[in-house]
Write a protein that binds this ligand. Structure first.
Ligand SMILES: [Zn+2]
Length: 110
């Protein structure tokens, strides 16, 4: 289970975008990297699809390693480390284990 999920708001703590905040738009679990809206922009050349069309240069956010970002807790709003908590629930008579992410600062389930 990844500590950072799509849709999370994170703070960048290293690299050229240090101190900036953004929303996670993609997660690459195998590489432990995340793509954040507007962060780590890279220019990418797009080749023309048809002859006669011009190639374009577009800015796209590049992936950052998850160790370079901190989750912004939606409850307390602070950048935090993420813990995990396993809760046994008894919903509808079914015994299930549910895993939650927990804010290390305020203890809220995220
Ligand atoms: Zn919190």
């Amino acid at each position: 289970m990844m500590k950072i999920k799509k849709g999370d708001n994170v703070l960048v703590i290293a690299g050229k975008d240090r101190g900036r905040k953004g929303k996670v738009i993609d997660v690459l679990p195998k590489e432990e990297r995340v793509v954040i809206e507007g962060i780590n922009l890279r220019k990418k050349h797009v080749r023309p699809r048809r002859s006669g069309e011009k190639g374009q240069i577009v800015s796209m956010p590049g992936p950052l390693h998850i160790s370079n970002v901190k989750l912004l807790c939606p409850n307390c709003g602070k950048p935090t480390r993420v813990g995990f908590e396993v809760v046994k629930s008894n919903k509808e008579g079914l015994r299930k284990k549910e895993k939650y992410r927990v804010c290390k600062k305020c203890g809220a389930k995220i």
